[in-house]
Every structure is written in C-alpha cells, then in structure tokens.
Design a protein around this ligand. Structure first.
Ligand SMILES: [Ca+2]
Length: 467
C-alpha cells in the first residue's frame, strides 16, 4: 500500500468511526429518557385477531402484539368509563365510596393524589392528552395540552338519517355505515392530530407522554362503510352463551340502559336476532376502524424512528357484553365486562409472547414508572407487571379485584367469584370455574360441593374490601 492509499484509508476509517460513535450515542438507552405512547380504546374487549378471535380484522393491533407482550388475563377494576379511567390515572382502586360512576372525578374524589400526568410532568415529560383519556374534560389539569376534536353532539353522527332524527329531538340508531373517509369521525381526526403531535414532539426533543384516546367501539357503532364491508353479515353469529347463567342471582342482571336509548331498541326485553347481529357487526366494524387509526399512528412512530425509544401501551377501559348472558354493554361482574386487552411494546422486553400472569388496570401506573425508569409514588395500590414482560411464561400474579356497584369480584386462578352485600350481609353470590365453564353458564356458588371454595374466596375478598 503506497503512502496516498494509506492516508486515504486512514481518513475513511476516521470518518467511519465518527459515524459509528455518533450512532452509538443516539442509541444509548441509559442516557435517553423513554417516551410513552399510551393508547386507550373505549369499550374495547379483547375482540381482536391477536387474541384468537379470528372473526375480527385487526392487522395493526396484531402487529403491535407481535412486537411485544399481550396479557391474556388483564382486568379492569370497575367496568364503567370514567371510574375505570380515574382509577388507572391515579393508581388507586375504586371503593364503595370512590370512583363509582361514568362521571367519576379525580379532581373531586382524589384531589391530593399524585396522578400519573402530574408525576410524569414533574419528571420532565411533555404531557399531551388527545380525545378521551379522562372521561370528564379538564378533570386533570396537569396536561400540557388536553385536546378534543370539535363536534356537534357526542354521538358524532355523520349520516343524514341519524342527524335528522337527533335534530328532531329523537334518538338516532345505535349504528351507521356511511361512505365517508376515516376523518369524518372523531377517531380519524384524533389519529391525524396525534400524528402531527409525534412530529412536533420529536422535533422538540423532550421526553413525551402522549395519551391517545379512541372513542370507538363505544356506542353508537358509527364507522365508515369500508370497515363494515370487511365482514359478511351472513357470517355474524350470536354468542353460544346468550342465556342468563343457570342459578345466577338476579343481582347479576342489569337492564343495559345505555343501549335502550337508541332507535329500534326495545325499552324492555331482548332485541331481535336481526338487530343483535347488526349490533355485533357494528362493534366489529368499529374495532376495525379504530385498528386502522392505530396503524396510522404506529406508522408515523416508525417513520420518525421513535419506536426504539418509546414504550407503547394499548389498553381498553373495560369489557363489553355482545349478548353474552342475554346482556349488552358493560356494567356487570361477568368476565366479558371485566376483561380488557393489554398489549405492551418496550425496549428490551420479549416480543411476540403472551402471558397468563394477571394484570389489573391499577397496575398500569406502577408499570409505566418501571418501564420509563421514574420512581414509583408510595400511594400506588397496584403492582408493576414488568417482570411478566421479561419472563412471560411465569405467573407473577394470580388474583384481580373488580367491583361494580354493590358487586365485589375476586378473580383467583380459574375462579371468578362475586358477592353482593347489603348492610354487611351477603345477599347473593356467584362462582364460575373457568377450567370447566369458561363461558360462565352455571353458577356454582349455591352448590354444596363448592362451599369450602366459596368460603375461602369470600374470606380473601372480604379481607381486601374491609382491611
Ligand atoms: Ca368505556
């Protein structure tokens, strides 16, 4: 090698080292705070292809599952929008006097608790809430920005028929399928806004907590026609367990008032099979519509090269009954109303794995603290599930507690046990063993054979409720 070649080689080697050193600096995780993209989907039960529900078309959420850990057993602590969200954002459980209703308020019911938004803001994060994260607007005033799409009427109808019905003082249908673009509805607008936020947040360079709340598949099931067209109505089936469980107490029933408002829904009794199938079709279409919006958001995250340093959590606020047990909507202690999808992507955790370790929504706050490496406030009542993200085959937690009005539920391994009390006296109870009855068709709590199990579960439950 002559002198000039040696100098040239040395210069190229120097340049190469500069580039590699720069890249190493950018990728060094310990020196950079991780971002948090928190996606909350309203009323989404695990009705997703990645959860084995292969009738659902949800390619973008499926891809998120492939890139991280999905919880097979994640449960809300209260199956009501506002109450569930208030509990999640404060890290404290609902009780018989706190976080009961859809309009539960952090400001009024837990004013002195260090909520997740304030905590992350104190830790140097830029905090942005887009659309429905808290149920009540301005309930948490610590967001740097709290944005909502401008709409006339929260039902966000687009079809002329439904708009006319509402303008005439009547209720619209519980669904619509107009031939419109995604951003005709709030969730499309929310995706567009959040994509712009990602660009700006990256440019600003500060670690961010971007919370994006999609409102479908909440009623009414309004989604562009192309998402309805993904499903053939002939293939929509009613659930196998459409009857109220054998020997279940009447206290477990509810009148699904949230659905009764809509046109063509009877004030009493079950809907016709035709309407039931239309509602199920609408729920599926709404899930696919939201899935597409989530896809746009995640594509932008990749385009901006933000994924490597961003923790992504996707979760629903509670489950939903699609005619299981003869019921609709949330508001019950059955598994369909309590179970939620929970998918986590994060640097360093395992990919494309599922865990049977139980998670509760009250566990999200402490888990976020661990995932982005900020201290966990002492008031938190949940447990971090981060160990399950690193070792998904191991069970780290086998119990969850949920409540709806007077019904207190303990989920312990394969048992789902609920009791209702009045004046400190148990008035009714129900028990399902998911090993033999995963669809909750037969209440075992009144059978002598299960008395010892019921006593033992009741003891654990009451110790938790009345410490
Ligand atoms: Ca909800």
């Amino acid at each position: 090698m002559n002198y000039f070649k040696l100098v040239l080689f040395g210069f190229v080697f120097f340049l190469f080292n500069c580039i590699v050193t720069k890249e190493n600096t950018i990728k060094e995780p310990s020196s950079v705070k991780k971002n948090l993209l928190f996606i909350m989907v309203d009323d989404l039960r695990p009705e997703l292809n990645s959860y084995g529900k292969n009738r659902i078309i949800s390619p973008n959420i499926d891809a998120l599952a492939t890139n991280g850990i999905s919880f097979n057993r994640a449960y809300c602590n209260v199956p009501v929008c506002g109450a569930s969200r208030a509990s999640l954002l404060t890290g404290i459980r609902p009780t018989s006097t706190r976080f009961l209703r859809y309009d539960a308020s952090v400001k009024k019911e837990a004013p002195n608790v260090l909520n997740l938004v304030k905590h992350l803001k104190n830790e140097g994060y830029t905090t942005v809430s887009n659309n429905k994260i808290s149920h009540l607007k301005k309930d948490i005033e610590d967001w740097d920005e709290e944005w909502y799409p401008f709409i006339k009427g929260w039902r966000n109808y687009v079809s002329e028929e439904n708009i006319k019905l509402e303008e005439g003082g009547n209720h619209g249908f519980a669904y619509e399928s107009p031939n419109v673009e995604d951003d005709a509805y709030n969730d499309g607008k929310t995706a567009n806004k959040s994509i712009e936020d990602l660009k700006q947040l990256k440019a600003a360079g500060n670690p961010f907590f971007l919370a994006v709340g999609f409102v479908k598949p909440h009623l009414p099931f309004n989604a562009p026609k192309k998402y309805w067209d993904l499903y053939d109505p002939k293939n929509i089936e009613l659930p196998e367990n459409f009857k109220f469980p054998k020997n279940a107490p009447n206290t477990a029933r509810h009148s699904w008032g949230e659905l009764r408002y809509y046109k063509d829904i009877p004030k009493k009794g079950q809907v016709t099979d035709k309407i039931a199938k239309k509602l199920i079709h609408g729920y599926y279409a709404s899930v696919s519509y939201v899935d597409a919006q989530i896809g746009k958001l995640l594509n932008e995250l990749d385009t901006l090269n933000l994924r490597e340093n961003t923790v992504i959590i996707l979760v629903g606020d509670h489950g939903w009954s699609l005619m299981e047990h003869g019921l609709w909507v949330k508001h019950s202690n059955f598994e369909v109303a309590l179970q939620v999808p929970l998918i986590v992507n994060a640097p360093g955790i395992q990919k494309n794995k599922r865990t049977n370790s139980i998670a509760e929504l009250v566990d999200i706050y402490p888990s976020i603290c661990d995932l982005i490496n900020v201290p966990k406030p002492r008031h938190l009542e949940g447990e971090s599930f981060v160990n399950a993200l690193h070792n998904p085959s191991k069970i780290f937690k086998n119990m969850a507690f949920s409540r709806y009005q007077k019904g207190e539920t303990l989920i312990a391994d394969n048992y789902f046990y609920t009791e209702w009390q009045r004046k400190n006296k148990t008035i009714s109870k129900m028990l399902y063993d998911h090993n033999i009855d995963p669809n909750e068709n037969r209440n075992l709590a009144i059978e002598n054979h299960y008395k010892r199990i019921v006593d033992s579960l009741s003891h654990i439950l009451n110790k938790k409720i009345k410490p």
